[in-house]
Design a protein around this ligand. Structure first.
Ligand code: GDP
Length: 530
């Protein structure tokens, strides 16, 4: 980790400014080899054209010269200052670009090392030329994520914060950005730290008592530990349970739009995206291909898949579409089922309804601007008939709802009815895709379905990363083993092993107790220059 690395930190497309970042003990030395600070650059050109005499004639003093020497030597630049100048190829003497250079000193930089950021013009070619010059002058090209890896190895951030850096970069909705920023400011680290602290206390106590049985008595301790563990397990469970919501915030809600031909699926997609992306036509069955469209509504990200209408397929292409519609309906987090309120309910509609069995769905009664042929009450009855789960009298047994963590609140089976009340799981909203009405309500129904609202107020630590989720699960399992040992009346040193396992599993989240392979895998998924 002692060498000096460099990479282009900005995107490789033509843009106003490009940033080449250098980090490591040689960062200033590298800069010195290639940088002509503003004044020195001017003078060099001045000398060539004989203007230096003019400078002398103006009576500029030796003091000024001293200052120029200082300007010319980046190794004496003050931390967090910016300097104008040019990048020169030290081999050929050729000027490559005009730039501003930012200097940060260890340990107060992103990487905790001496860091230089060259702000050049943002052309891919010029940036590459500068990077080449930098790497020929004492730095080596950085690997993906290597700057952040150094920040982590330098102890400035923990692993959960490093991962949050990437999440901030890839965030594509307000919610995703907010969740990543909370993690970047240490929300996961703090919660994990608290829980680990509690486990460590118990480990230390057991250890001390076993070492010094004359002065420390463990009578009654196992019961006490069991009580404490219940609370710790609840905390872990609580954190894990945010993962469903967290995953959806990070990845978006995988949404599928279904409905018979001409119900208005493409029009709905267009209304939501605000652009004419899908092909809308009155000829039945034209939406043959599947379009995935990422759209943001109210800070949420929907990944919408629009599929071919569901009906008896007449040709091959359409059959593929319908097959996929079924497949996607099976995988989707949310189904938007579109019905045409201007035409009577038919067997195609009923088939659509059967696809939303056991799923989180919103029924959209479209074309509310036209005279009504399909009433809401009739549709509700059909929904109950086609999708309502047989709940049995108050058994509470539900095959499907709530098995995915957090993909919705599930449903409360009615205690007396034998059929589920579908109103909660399958709300109906009257919309007009043409007039763009009802879309606000759709937005708030989606939010209520998927999000607890804690994110809005920044109250809750959200687990968005599957690696964290799995580690939490393992920690919970180890603690359950401790409880089991207590129940079986096993000696105290049995507790320590599983407590230690739980402690280590939690440590993996923040990057303590992880091996190099895992670290390398995580950072290799980062983007170049970060
Ligand atoms: P799809 O086959 O389900 O994708 O349906 P389209 O989006 O292609 O819509 C079929 C026809 O219904 C088109 O002529 C649309 O303009 C029309 N349409 C869609 N939504 C509405 C609406 O809310 N009101 C009215 N009046 N017509 C609509």
């Amino acid at each position: 980790m002692n060498d000096t690395i460099a990479a282009i930190a900005s995107g490789m497309t033509a843009s106003g400014i490009g940033i080449i970042r250098i980090s490591g003990p040689e960062a200033f030395a590298v800069l010195k080899r290639i940088f002509l600070p503003g004044r020195a650059a001017d003078r060099e050109e001045g000398e060539e054209s004989g203007q230096e005499t003019g400078r002398k004639a103006r009576g500029e003093t030796g003091g000024e010269n001293d200052r120029e020497v200082r300007r010319a030597d980046p190794s004496v630049y003050r931390a967090n200052t910016i300097h104008y100048g040019r990048i020169r190829d030290p081999g050929t003497g050729e000027i490559i670009d005009e730039c501003l250079v930012m200097v940060m000193r260890a340990p107060r930089s992103y990487t905790t090392e001496d860091t230089v950021e060259i702000n050049s013009h943002g052309g891919p070619y010029v940036m590459r030329r500068i990077l080449e010059t930098v790497t020929r002058s004492g730095a080596r090209p950085a690997e993906p994520g290597e700057f952040t890896k150094r920040a982590y190895l330098g102890g400035r951030i923990d692993l959960s914060e490093a991962e949050a850096v990437m999440d901030v970069i890839s965030a594509s909705s307000d919610d995703a950005l907010k969740a990543s920023l909370m993690q970047l400011s240490g929300s996961v680290r703090n919660r994990i730290g608290e829980i680990r602290g509690k486990i460590m206390n118990e480990l230390a106590y057991i250890e001390a008592a076993l070492d010094d049985p004359e002065h420390m008595d463990l009578t009654g301790y196992p019961e006490e530990l069991r009580e404490k563990l219940i609370r710790v397990m609840e905390e872990i469970e609580g954190l894990s349970s945010t993962f469903g919501e967290g995953r959806i915030i990070r990845e978006g809600i995988l949404t599928v739009i279904i409905g018979k031909p001409n119900a208005g699926k493409s029009s709905l997609l267009n209304a939501l995206t605000g652009e004419d992306r899908a092909i809308v036509t009155e000829i039945e069955g034209t939406t043959r291909d599947i379009l995935e469209e990422k759209i943001r509504i109210g800070g949420m990200l929907l990944r919408i898949i629009d599929t071919a209408g569901i009906r008896d397929a007449r040709d091959q292409i359409e059959r593929i579409g319908i097959g996929r519609a079924r497949e996607y309906a099976g995988q989707a987090d949310l189904i938007l089922a579109v019905f045409d309120s201007a035409s009577a309910l038919d067997e195609n509609d009923r088939e659509i309804l059967r696809l939303i069995r056991g799923k989180q769905a919103i029924v959209l009664l479209n074309k509310s601007d036209l005279p009504v042929s399909l009433r809401e009450e009739e549709l509700r009855r059909a929904i109950d008939e086609e999708t309502g789960e047989e709940t049995g009298a108050g058994t509470g047994a539900e095959p499907d709802a709530g098995t995915e963590p957090g993909t919705g609140q599930g449903t409360e089976p009615g205690a007396k009815d034998t059929r589920e009340d579908t109103r909660e799981r399958v709300p109906i909203i009257r919309i007009s895709a043409r007039e763009m009405t009802g879309l606000r309500e759709l937005e708030s129904v989606i939010r209520n379905k998927f999000f607890s609202g804690n994110l809005r107020f920044g109250e809750e630590t959200l687990i968005t990363n599957v690696r964290h989720f799995n580690a939490l699960k393992r920690a919970g399992e180890s603690l359950r083993l401790v409880s089991g040992s207590i129940e079986q009346g096993l000696p105290e040193d049995f507790f320590s092993i599983d407590l230690m396992d739980a402690y280590s599993a939690l440590g993996e989240i923040i990057g303590e107790e992880v091996d190099d392979d895992l670290i390398n895998t995580i950072f290799s998924q980062f983007c170049m220059g970060k």
